[in-house]
Structures are given as structure tokens and as C-alpha cells.
Design a protein around this ligand. Sequence first.
Ligand code: NAP
Length: 492
Amino acid sequence: MSTTITASQEQAVIERVPKGLFIGGEWRDATGGGTLAVEDPSTTATLTEIADGTPDDALAALTAAHEAQASWAKHPPRERGEILRRAFELIAARTDELALLMTLEMGKPISEAKGEIAYANEFFRWFSEEAVRIEGRYATAPNGVGRMLTMKQPVGPCLFITPWNFPLAMGTRKIGPAIAAGCTMVVKPAQQTPLSMLALAQILEEAGLPKGVLNVITSSRSGSLMAPLISDPRARKLSFTGSTAVGQKLMEQASEQLLRISMELGGNAPFLVFDDADVDAAVEGALLAKMRNMGEACTAANRFHVSARVADEFTTKLAERIGALKVGRGTEEGVQVGPLVDGKQRDTVRGLVDDALSKGATAVVGGMDADGEGYFFKPTVLADVSEDAELLREEIFGPVAPVISFDDEQAAVAAANRTQYGLVAYVFTQDVRRALRVVEGLETGMVGLNQGIVSNAAAPFGGVKHSGFGREGGREGIEEYLDTKYVAINLD
Ligand code: NAP
């Protein structure tokens, strides 16, 4: 695709996406014909209308998943893997149009959308390889007489709820292992960004996924749509990526049927820079950890804890880099920071910045809305942030970097852990012993050591504390979709 994207190219990618619900291998309208508008956050204009699914539609989707489950579980693992592999090839071939679609509905710059597509697609490649490596065990019982057989079987029909910030990757992290393991599924993407998921369903259909294995329902009523599915005994697993508050509500609902649960929830990542760090490398890492996706990432660095000895240097250099970033519509050439996803998100970010400023913080750069019709906020670096500023406790989800200094290692680790969240932390130091001490002391599921990005399909992604539980990616990823059955064998 050329670097200048025309309005007719935009129109063409929107037109190619199916707008219906994908149930039992058919694309259909919502019961009653209701539709839901999808907005371009960089202009606030409506991009298109899609089906606004009802609770009856959602139940039809679960019925389709349930009916397909038994035969899908028996499908040869090699074929399950090859369907994923074919989808991987199709996604790779269509990266440009998928990236444009994602930028239009979500706002991220086109280069970042391409990065997400490559990352999302790695889950299909990884799990296409894992499908044929589902193994059990056979052992002699301790008494020497019996034998113990342990086998793995698919969990059964799954319910997936995904957020808007990574419209494709948050789906493939669940869909990939579920397909590999032999599970069927109902997917509900976020209402702000459903188009990427609809395009993905179309690709999986083309890759030969049997009818009913994947069902996608889009809706403006996520609560009333999903609650009956979660309490339906035909569903066996719920995997949710989104906010901690919604995750807690869903866990309560899932307790009724004792569903297997995976929860990928909010974060409040500390970014620690010690005085022995390579400050320039830390600034590079900070740019990635903070500015990727306009800061709208669960892994986004939320607080920069910097040794008092290098805090001024770090803050100045970070502000120079962040202040120079080009803000604009994600489709425009050279844009590095797009709009926030909607007005509510921008209000939240503005509110957190205003609160910090009112409590004594200084905006070294930014600190306010940026120009433009859409939901733009200026990339911001805040210094002298006081301990009681809300943004040290709340997930910012925007392009705002608060810097606070620390005096010693113990204080740094204590400050890093002073949060209910525990998804990821970043540590910059060149001292190996310190690195290991700090990494072991951090209460998080992941750590970026001298690097500002941890996401990798080959690694187990996930959190502890209020950031949830369960792992996506790596060898652990497929285990979330497998039950263990033990057979006690009498050889007496
Ligand atoms: P959200 O408000 O929790 O929404 C996430 C998903 O849940 C959306 O599809 C939403 O649908 C749906 N939902 C909302 N209320 C629901 C209910 N009562 N019942 C069933 N579904 C419901 O979160 P968000 O604002 O979209 O996403 C941002 C959050 O996701 C942040 O906290 C971020 O940290 C977290 N996140 C975590 C990870 C991770 O891997 N740990 C990754 C990415 C994002 P509608 O929007 O259509 O209502």
C-alpha cells in the first residue's frame, strides 16, 4: 500500500468486511435488524454500521458452538494446525488492508497496526505448531502394580470477550490455542472495534475452519448478551481481556457454572531506572513501554520510578523525545501518535493529568488535549508528581509519563509493588546481581529487563494480583484450553 492512503482505499476496506453476526458458519443480521455504529476516533465520523446482536443471537451462537464441539474435538490435530497455518498465511498476505481497517476503527498509526497484525498472527503460527504437541503421561504407580494414564482433552465450548485496544491480537491469543486444542467458541469483541474481528472470522472461514467452531457476536449490550451465556451449562470456559472491574463481575457470574476462567485484566506497570542504567537505552525503552498504542496498553508503563541521581537527565531526554512525536490521524504519513479511542477515554486521561497538576506536578511537555476533531491528547511528561496523585494508582491508558524519583533499591521495589495490579514491570540496570534481586522482588507476572516490550507469542503473557490469572502464549497458552483426565489402570 502506498504511504498516502486515499478515501476510496479506506472505503474499500470497510466495504469488504462482513457486517453481520457469524453464527454456525453463516453471516446473518441481528434478530430485529438492529445495527450499531462504528466510529473513527480521529474524526468522530461514523465508518459503518454493523449488526447489533441480541441475547437470542448470542444463545444461537452458543448452540452452534456446542453442536460443533464433539466433532471438532475429534478433528485431527494436524488439520487443526493447518487451518491455523493457512489463516496465518492469509493474514500475512493481507496485512496492509487489515492494518488500515484497524487504524480506521481504533486510531493507532498504520505502522503500529501493522506491528499488531504481525504480533497477532504469531499466535496463529505458534499454536498451529502446538496443535500436534498435546501430550499425556503414562506411569507405573508407586505400588508397582497399577498404571497411571494422564490424558489431555479439550475443555469444550469457550466464551471470549476482548477489548478495543488490540482488536486483533487480543482475539488471536485466545482463538489460536482454542482451535489448536479442539475447542469451539463464541467471541464478543468490544463495540468500538468489531471490524478487525469480523475480518478475522472471514479469514478463518476461508482457511477452512468448520462451521460452528468460531462464532462472532457484536453488540452494544455486552452485559445482557453475555450473562445468559456465562450461566448456560453448555459453556465450559470464559476467557476475558479487559478491565479489572468487569473481570470481577464476570468471575461472579462464572461461579454459577464453575467455568474454567482466564482473566487478563488491567495493569499499572512501574518502570524502574537505576543509577547504573544506560540512561539512553532506558529512554528508548520508555518510549516503547509508554507510547506504543498511545499508552492504551495493559502493559503500558504507568509510573517512571527513577534514581534521584539520574532523574533529571532521564526526564529531560524523555521529554525531548516524547515532545517531538508527531500526533495526527493514524493513516497520515509519519504520524506516531493517534487519537484515544473515544471521548470517555480522553476525559479520563485529561482528568488524571489535571489532578496531578493540581497536586503540584509540572508538565515538562504536553498536559492537555491536542488539536483535531478527534480524541487527541498531547504526549505528556510530568515531573514532581506528588505521592497522592491519582495517576500513580489508576491505569492512565493514555500518552502520559509521570516521573518520580527514589533514593535506594529497597524504596524503588517497595514503590513499584505499591499497587493492587501485577501485570508487568520494567527494570533498567546494568548490574546483574541487582537485576535478579529486583526481578525476584517484583509482584508481577512479567518483567522487561533492559527492554520496554515483553509481548511475544512464544512466552507466557499474564499477571498476578488484580491483573488476573491464566497465561496466553508460550507452552502455557494451550493448557488453558485443555482438561486433564487421569485413568487409574488395574493390572493386578
Ligand atoms: P472493559 O470495559 O472491561 O471491556 C472489555 C470487554 O468487556 C469489551 O468487549 C466490553 O464490551 C466487554 N464488557 C464490558 N462490560 C461487560 C459486561 N458487564 N459483561 C460482559 N462483557 C462486558 O475494558 P476496555 O476499556 O475495553 O479495555 C481496557 C482494559 O483492558 C484495561 O484495563 C486494560 O488494562 C485491559 N487489558 C488487559 C490486557 C491483558 O492482557 N492483561 C490486554 C489488553 C487490555 P463493550 O465495550 O462492547 O461493552
